[in-house]
Write a protein that binds this ligand. Structure first.
Ligand code: PGA
Length: 243
């Protein structure tokens, strides 16, 4: 079920992922995309921007739902995922910003913010294609290793390993928010197709466990083995333990 596409390097991974996303948008112009933040998908977003500018792909009817957002950050905070998505993607293509959605980290009422997001994603009919990065610890979205798989959007305490991994993007480690709102694993599994991108040796263990380990909430990405339509595009380093 899980198709593995090997890429030479980060650029090759990014182009291959962008090809799959743009094919989806060409085939279904009003596609619902589930989108991800992090360093890994940035290259794919750049490629899609480039193809948009060349007139090859049109986002005017596309709707997007992001996986997660830090709790407590305003939408214009440069560390927020709202900002990240505009800065790295939305501001450079012809998407209607009203059709883009990210959990509302600025709403301190976690229950309301998460319930509202779940309803929006459900009303949209769930993503046709969900883009996913994978954490060094196997997390998807901010669904961290746990003793159960999560269901809908919920508030999570980030693990020390994720806070450390993400602190590279903040001035000081103590600036990294400790909580986030994230789509749940069940919601992610409702997407009709899932595209996972991974690069670098730090992801090798998580990528191996996702593809070949036991299906366990200790590696949230391993649940993807039970999804009927998953493509992993990863570079050689990320695939180094899969050979
Ligand atoms: P990264 O994050 O792309 O910045 O490595 C991936 C993730 O944590 O999901």
């Amino acid at each position: 079920m899980l198709k593995i596409v090997s890429a030479r390097d980060y650029d090759d991974m990014s182009r291959k992922a962008a090809n799959i996303i743009s094919a989806q948008v060409i085939l279904k112009p009003d596609t619902v995309l589930g989108l991800a933040t992090g360093s890994t998908p940035i290259g794919a977003y750049r490629q899609l921007i480039d193809w948009y500018k060349k007139g090859d792909v049109d986002f005017s009817q596309v709707r997007t739902y992001n996986l997660d957002e830090y709790r407590g950050l305003g939408h214009d905070d440069p560390q927020s995922y709202h900002y990240f998505m505009r800065d790295n993607f939305f501001d450079h293509i012809n998407i209607d910003l009203n059709n883009t959605h990210v959990p509302d980290g600025a709403n301190p009422d976690a229950e309301a913010a998460c319930a509202e997001y779940d309803k929006m994603v459900a009303d949209a009919g769930y993503p046709d294609l969900q883009l996913l990065g994978i954490g060094n610890n196997g997390h998807i979205g901010f669904n961290e290793p746990d003793d159960h798989f999560s269901k809908g959007t919920h508030c999570v305490d980030l693990t020390e390993s994720t806070i450390k991994a993400n602190s590279r993007l903040f001035e000081r480690e103590e600036d990294v928010p400790r909580q986030a709102y994230t789509m749940g694993v069940q919601t992610i599994m409702y997407a009709r197709m899932i595209l996972v991108v991974a690069n670098g040796a730090a992801k090798a263990q998580a990528v191996h466990d996702m593809c070949f380990g036991p299906v366990t909430p200790q590696c949230p990405a391993s649940i993807l083995q039970l999804h009927p339509n998953v493509v992993l595009v990863a570079d050689k380093e990320a695939l180094s333990l899969c050979e």
